[in-house]
Write a protein that binds this ligand. Structure first.
Ligand code: XMP
Length: 523
């Protein structure tokens, strides 16, 4: 198995540490984020980084017990880059001085927001390609500031409020910047990272092709000749995981696809034909519509719906998985953002691990070990891996779809009739979006069928049918979202098509609520 060059990011609790990793991954550099508490001498020796970056953080190094890296990090003989808090901690440990700013009550200069750095001193390899216009816009966010640089360091960039905006000890390859090169508001920050990894000797060997080969080797080593079960939802993560594992171990993998009757039009057929027919992956299509819809009958409370679906899902999945003899592993599409340990503001480690909504608790319940081949990837890397594995583009670019499916797009009581109407309306809406070339500009789009009937007139007759709401949002991660600015023409045309083509709907509205205060789904 190839061993990639590895870069270590020591996290001191900045809100934007993940962005550092994103920038580096874009440069085909393999990196991992680890909270400072975990970075011991032994850890450093084992991780053997080719370079180290200290993130920013909310604490102040003027405090005795403030977070610090072990001093052995400076003896590894590899380049180190300190950012913001990371800069201050580096200066202090190496013999410089840091003064508190407004925040910690000292007399220094706090600085938040946009600033401009101008070059100073000799040219520096780290800054190659920067300052083409004589200055660089950067993003500052600091209360404390360095008041005296450490021995061996020189100044290479200054801003009005940060005389030591960029400093370096070029003999030891230590670099320290007061601003955040990883954020969007430091437009040329990427160049700085590019220079840093180049001078650290990274070759950019972190490609999806290489990842795929490594991941396959790892899966083979972990699983041996045992069997693996993978729950397939039709979403991108579980699909990519399934295809990757299938490449690694072939028919030792069986997928279980639970059809709870709350899927979109033709969705079950598409998933089954893609995996069973195109990929030849052994697939159990668990048609459990009657069970789910029967238990949901008459239920209108959103949380109760979710609980019923979650419970039945586990039961059903377990029933079908038990039929696969000798399975010892369960595959999950866990991603890197789900497993990064974050440094909390109290200073203690706080672990945020989202359990995979559908199979949470299953591995313990069934005594299965986990296979999580996407644990090191960000979402867009999963898509790139999917492309590498030959999954079709229109599949990889699919909008997210919630585990409870159409149940949470059917406020009020769920009936088969409403679900059928909803499926048809949703299909027309998505067709419209695709026809207008808007699908990839939208993060998520769907129809919700409303629990109201309204009066209309069609031909010479009165109608009394359901109203529906169209939803389309832009978002980065689903945490915040804004409504998509369709043209009135698009909205008018779509409303007409839905009312004409879908029996049971006679009124169409467009939901223009952002998140917050709304949520993306209606329930
Ligand atoms: P909200 O409605 O909370 O949705 O703004 C944010 C994102 O999460 C999805 N979502 C769910 N996904 N189980 C899931 O697997 C759920 O219960 C659930 N609720 C919301 C939603 O589709 C959106 O992408």
């Amino acid at each position: 198995m190839t061993q990639h060059d590895r870069l270590l990011i020591i996290d001191f609790g900045s809100q934007v540490t993940q962005l550092i990793a994103r920038r580096l991954r874009e440069l085909n550099v393999y990196c991992e984020i680890h909270p400072y508490q975990n970075v011991t001498d032994a850890f450093l020796a084992e991780f053997a980084p080719k370079a180290v970056i200290f993130s920013g953080g909310p604490d102040t190094v003027t405090r005795k017990d403030a977070p610090r890296p072990p001093v052995s990090v400076y003896e590894l003989g590899v380049p180190v880059l300190g950012i913001c808090y990371g800069q201050q901690v580096m200066m202090q440990q190496l013999g410089g001085q840091v003064e508190g700013g407004k925040i910690s009550g000292g007399g220094g200069t706090a600085e938040f927001g946009r600033a401009f750095v101008t070059p100073a001193g000799q040219p520096l390899a780290l800054l190659e390609g920067l300052f083409a216009d004589g200055r660089e816009q950067v993003w500052m966010s600091h209360g404390d500031h360095v008041s005296k640089i450490a021995p061996g360091f020189e100044v290479f960039g200054t801003s009005p409020n940060a005389p030591f905006a960029i400093t370096a000890d070029t003999n030891r390859n230590f670099y320290a910047v007061q601003f955040h090169p990883e954020v969007h508001h430091t437009p040329n920050g990427k160049i700085l990272y590019e220079n840093f990894v180049r001078l650290a000797g990274f070759t950019g060997d972190w490609t999806m092709g290489a990842y795929r080969d490594d991941a396959i080797a790892k899966i083979r080593e972990q699983v041996g000749d045992k069997k693996v079960i993978c729950g397939l939802s039709g979403g991108v993560d579980s699909s990519v995981a399934a295809v990757l594992i299938h490449e690694a171990i072939g028919d030792q993998l069986t997928c279980v696809f639970v059809d709870h009757g709350l899927l979109r039009q033709n969705e079950a057929e598409e998933v089954v034909s893609m995996f069973r027919d195109n990929y030849n992956i052994p697939l159990i299509h668990a048609d459990e519509k009657e069970l789910f819809l029967g238990e949901l009958d008459g239920v209108s409370d959103p949380e109760t719906k979710r609980k019923i679906i979650g419970r039945l899902f586990i039961d059903v999945f377990q029933k079908h998985a038990n039929a696969i003899e000798g399975a010892e592993f369960l595959a999950q599409g866990t991603l890197y953002p789900d497993v990064i340990e974050s440094v909390s503001f109290s200073g203690g480690p706080s672990v945020t691990i989202k359990s995979h909504h559908n199979v949470g608790g299953l591995p313990e319940k069934m005594g299965l070990k986990l296979v999580e081949p996407l644990r090191e990837l960000f979402k867009d890397e999963v898509r790139a891996l999917g492309r590498e594995l030959g999954l079709p583009d229109n599949f990889i670019g699919r909008h997210p779809f919630p585990g409870p499916g159409l149940a949470i797009r059917c406020p009020g009581e769920i009936t088969r009739e409403k679900l059928e109407i909803l499926r048809k309306a949703d299909a027309v809406y998505i067709d419209q979006i695709r026809k207008h070339g808007l699908y990839d500009d939208i993060w998520q789009a769907f129809v919700a069928i409303l629990p109201v009937r309204t009066v209309g007139v069609m031909g010479d007759g009165r109608t009394y049918d359901y109203a529906c709401a169209l939803r389309a949002v832009t978002s980065v991660d689903g945490m915040t979202a804004d409504y998509f600015p369709f043209s009135h023409e698009f909205l008018g045309e779509t409303a007409t098509r839905i009312i004409n083509e879908v029996q049971g709907i006679n009124r169409v509205t467009y939901d223009i609520t952002s998140k917050p205060p709304g949520t993306i789904e209606w329930e």
